[in-house]
Write a protein that binds this ligand. Structure first.
Ligand code: PEP
Ligand code: MG
Length: 587
């Protein structure tokens, strides 16, 4: 049994499918004489395709972002064209009979050793570029996700270092029962993706890629945060029983989709979906949500073959509005940086503290034309939402100072007049800030006059308050939403917004945690945005609790002095309040 961090609740039993295995367990196959020329030809085709990708990317990015933004792709192309690079790969295919994939793996290892020796920071950073090029080449050699090649038996459990967004999109067509990653934590990509689909997942399982190979039997326990590799038959059947119960519970809960979201004493709540694409927006509605509380638009950029222009963005937003008609659709502007990077926005240079650095709104401000394109697309999307009886809202991530809000208001005004000049229809949508930086939480009263609504990004707020990286499993014991410090700050912010009569939502992962939900309800929060798969269980939980009871539990929790005490107390209270939900509770 391997221990990790529970990131998406539930239990799954299935067959391992290991992504990016070539980088961990290289292809050991040796080519026959007659296979060598075909392998060389395949490598050449992959190289041509990768080069074509890079040129197209460079072109489009240059046109839209301007400046030197596209230059990184010409660096990548020159790596791809580098004679030494290519000759080594070809040499190993011919002389050592390696497959092209295995040769690329060997090359990556050689470069890694070589670059590790240099003290030159600049040169060391170039390893990221070499790695990018190798991954691009490798993905042209074999579709990264082709589990059918392995003739897997039974449902699939994906095992990866960290899931890339493009892989997550590809996973959409496959039957994935569980996800296990080496890296990551409760708020990393893989976790968010798993949660949005209601797939049990465990992250931060160090060394799992060395231990598991495609075809192994696996158990994923997303409640306890553990993975069992090739379990004994009796263990396996015990977990299969739990898995059936988990699915049964989920189906039962989903039956409440047409019920209103209210507490046992009739307090109305709003349960919204956090989405990455139109399919998620449909899921949010199907699960009984009443709209979109957070559309993370960076996924649009991260999964787009190149860079989405204004019309492409508008089309994507309209797709989501069609999937969620008559409801609010809250579109968050690009929140790139930190753990999500795109090379054309200058992310080929590593930062020492990426989460505290040049990310999110800070980066958008530095690419004003690029940012304006997104603002215009959102304003234009507002028209369709109104026609369908819904509403688009625009939300800005990582707001730290009130000056940023002034600047944003100006930019939105400028975007409106540009659209008017072009004769295009648009709507003046409500503008909101994400509250995820402690400075903004402290000065919330100063900020409120300049926004129409607020949404608490607890994933970031917790990591910044606790000074504990949300993606680093080593500090995950600190990065906890139930810590007394976090609860106190949340209570203050909720009070301030209520006093000022500003609509407030919480859209971090804690909105879906039964333990946190009860406390937030007690604090006065009424709007919660979460991965769609969690809407039914939170709606069910609400029907088990009255407001005075939530307030009583909160009062007691606020007197506890450690995260562990709060967490244990809430576990006990939940068992009492809603014993039926224990399969969905998570430590
Ligand atoms: C958050 O920080 O809580 C949030 C919802 O945004 P993200 O997870 O995309 O940073
Ligand atoms: Mg955030």
């Amino acid at each position: 049994m391997r221990k990790g961090i529970a990131v998406s609740p539930g239990v799954a039993v299935g067959t391992a499918y290991v992504i990016h295995e070539i980088f961990v367990n290289p292809d050991t196959k040796r080519l026959e004489d007659q296979e060598i020329s075909a392998e060389l030809a395949q490598y050449e085709t992959a190289r041509d395709r990768a080069a074509a990708d890079l040129r197209a990317l460079q072109h489009k990015v240059q046109a839209q972002v301007g400046g030197e933004a596209g230059a990184i792709f010409s660096v990548h192309e020159s790596i791809l064209r580098d004679a030494a690079f290519t000759n080594r790969v070809r040499g190993w295919i011919v002389n050592d009979r390696l497959t092209a994939q295995a040769a690329l793996h060997r090359l990556l290892e050689e470069y890694t050793v070589l670059f590790a020796k240099t003290k030159d920071e600049y040169l060391r950073e170039r390893l990221t570029d070499v790695r990018d090029v190798i991954i691009r080449l490798s993905s042209h050699l074999s579709d990264v996700l082709k589990p059918e090649q392995h003739a897997l038996e039974g449902p699939m459990i994906v095992v990866a270092d960290e899931l890339l967004p493009s892989q997550a999109v590809a996973l959409g067509n496959l039957e994935v029962r569980g996800i296990v990653t080496q890296a990551g934590s409760q708020t990393s990509h893989a976790a968010i993706i798993a949660r949005s689909r209601g797939i049990p997942a465990v992250s931060g399982v160090r060394g799992i890629l060395k231990q598991v190979k495609t075809g192994d039997s696996l158990v994923v326990d997303g409640r306890e945060g553990c993975v069992i590799v090739n379990p004994q038959p009796e263990v396996r059947s015990a977990y299969l029983k739990l898995e059936r119960e988990f699915f049964l519970l989920r189906d039962q809960l989903a039956a409440n989709r047409d019920q209103p979201a209210v507490t046992a004493d009739g307090v109305a709540l709003e349960l919204l979906g956090n989405i990455n694409n139109a399919a998620d927006a449909k899921a949010a509605l199907a699960m009984g949500g009443s709209g979109v509380g957070l559309f993370r638009t960076e996924y649009l950029y991260l999964t787009h073959a190149d860079i989405p222009d204004e019309d492409e963005q508008l089309a994507a937003y309209e797709q989501i509005i069609h999937a969620s008609p008559q409801h609010q659709v809250t579109i968050r502007t690009l929140d790139i940086g930190g753990d999500k990077t795109v090379p054309y926005l200058g992310h080929h240079n590593q930062e020492a503290n990426p989460f505290m650095g040049w990310r999110s709104i800070r980066l958008s401000f530095e690419h004003p034309e690029f940012f304006m394109t997104q603002i215009r697309a959102i304003l234009r999307a507002g028209v369709l939402a109104e026609e369908l009886g819904g509403q688009v809202k625009m939300m800005f991530p990582m707001i730290t100072t009130v000056e940023e809000l002034h600047r944003l208001r100006l930019m939105v005004r400028r975007a409106c007049s540009q659209l008017a000049k072009r004769g295009l229809k648009y709507t003046e949508v409500p503008l909101g800030m994400m509250l995820e930086v402690p400075a903004a939480a402290i000065t919330i009263d100063v900020m409120l006059p300049y926004v129409d609504f607020v949404s608490i990004g607890s994933n970031d707020l917790v990591q910044y308050l606790m000074a504990a990286d949300r993606d680093n499993p080593k500090v995950s014991h600190l990065c906890q939403p139930l810590s007394p410090a976090v609860l106190q700050v949340l209570r203050r912010v909720i009070r301030a917004c209520r006093r000022a009569n500003k609509p407030l939502t919480l859209c971090g992962e804690m909105a879906a945690s039964p333990r946190a939900f009860v406390l937030l309800l007690g604090m006065g929060l009424r709007n919660f945005s979460m991965s769609p798969a969690f809407i039914p269980s939170i709606k069910d939980l609400a029907t088990h609790i009255t407001l005075p009871e939530a307030q009583r539990v909160l009062r007691k929790a606020l007197r506890l002095t450690t995260t562990t005490k709060v967490s244990k107390y809430m576990e006990k209270e939940l068992k009492r309040i809603a014993p039926n939900l224990s399969l969905l509770d998570m430590a």
